[in-house]
Design a protein. Structure first.
Length: 400
């Protein structure tokens, strides 16, 4: 591998230091080594997106390694990473105060020899940030949420994580401008230290995937299928969606709602869906969301908050028009009236019904919005576009 102009840690390249400063070497278009560290590889959005990022990173000569602190939910995101050629490393760090945590991370970094460390989620920010700092490695951190309103203990932890990001990170990344504004409003960081980088997704659907899912779920070819992909918890708008679909089915009995996801509100939402009979179904967790969307006619997302929902990117990749609330980072994804329809927040049944009615009735309108969404996806939200944005940020971090 040809040499690069980098601030090379003395741990990696003995002999290139001169008077305590890195010696410049010729710049060649060469791989950039990035060590991602994340708390776990469970079902969360940040975890599941790592495989998409790995694909986008590879397109820009980013050599990505992924390490996770502890097991979670059987590590479903690990299998996704392996499917794209990244074998994640389990570090076995179970507690924030585990004495061996920093030495474990230092040994990991010495082994993978990164140019940049990229942390995801709070424990990784603190522990990997500390280990990288002792090795003079640049670190960036991505914030995947835009609300920090947990219990008193959670607020204390987040204040600590915020202080770590402010003092130890070369750059803090938010996934949307709305999330950036929300984070800066907490007073935990300075504007010049926090930047927005929109995520992307691979957006690949296998041939015939939609037909197979329709058959699996018992959906008729004449059904108009609205899909909702979200964690089942308060604030995500499931009750509003179910009531809107129940209202519309009086005139459009062909409308059916498919709810993908799991969460603490499973029992409550199952009970709310029961009066709709076969007009609504809950599938639980699925790792083939794009295949489900390939069978969809609409994506419904009447959430009360969201930083930058991946499901909307996947819907555009699948040419599915979106009806969503204009909150958080959603207006940065959906072009209202062109790729979908935005409604006010908090969402109401009446406004959602009004937005859905013409789309349920007019297949041509759905196709028009869906095709426009695919164009926007290819221009802004592919994994390759994401990889390019991150490569630029890593280079800026290294070269100032």
């Amino acid at each position: 591998m040809e040499p690069r102009v980098l601030s090379v840690p003395r741990h990696w390249e003995a002999g290139v230091q001169t008077m305590g400063q890195p010696s410049p070497v010729p710049l060649v278009s060469a791989p950039l080594r990035v060590a991602a560290v994340i708390d776990g590889l469970g079902w969360g959005g940040a975890e599941m997106l790592l495989a998409d990022f790995a694909l986008g990173a590879a397109a820009h000569d980013i050599e990505l390694t992924v390490a996770y602190l502890k097991d979670k939910d059987g590590n479903p995101a690990a299998s996704r990473l392996r499917s794209v050629g990244v074998d994640p490393v389990h570090l076995g760090i179970k507690r924030l105060r585990q004495p061996s945590a920093i030495p474990i991370l230092r040994r990991h970094f010495a082994r993978v020899r990164p140019d940049v460390v990229h942390t995801h989620l709070g424990y990784s920010d603190l522990l990997a940030g500390a280990a990288a700092r002792t090795m003079r490695l640049p670190v960036v951190s991505t914030l995947h949420v835009m609300r920090w309103d947990g219990t008193g203990r959670e607020r204390v932890k987040e204040a600590i994580f915020g202080a770590v990001r402010r003092r130890w990170m070369s750059r803090v990344i938010t996934v949307s401008d709305a999330a950036r504004a929300a984070y800066l409003a907490t007073g935990r960081d300075q504007a010049e230290h926090v930047t927005t980088v929109h995520n992307g997704v691979a957006g690949r659907v296998g041939p015939g995937a939609g037909s197979a899912v329709r058959a699996e779920l018992g959906l008729d070819a004449r059904d108009v299928v609205a899909v909702m992909v979200a964690v089942l918890r308060p604030g995500k708008g499931h009750q509003v969606a179910l009531e809107a679909v129940a209202h519309l089915r009086r005139v459009h009995p062909e409308l059916r709602l498919v709810i993908v996801g799991n969460g603490p509100s499973w029992d409550e939402i199952t009970a709310l869906a029961r009066p709709l009979g076969d007009g609504a179904m809950l599938t639980g967790h699925r790792d083939d969301v794009l295949s489900v969307l390939d069978t969809a006619d609409l994506l419904v997302h009447p959430t009360e908050f969201d930083a930058f929902p991946t499901a909307l990117l996947e819907a555009m990749a699948a040419r599915v028009p979106i009806v969503a609330t204009a909150v958080g980072g959603i207006p940065e994804i959906v072009d209202d009236g062109t790729t979908g329809v935005l409604i006010g927040a908090p969402p109401t049944v009446e406004e959602l019904v009004a937005a859905l009615r013409p789309l349920v009735a007019r297949a041509e309108l759905r196709r028009t919005l869906g095709e426009a969404g695919r164009v926007r996806f290819e221009a802004e939200f592919t994994a390759q576009r994401w990889g390019g944005r991150m490569r630029s940020l890593y280079e800026t971090t290294l070269h100032g």
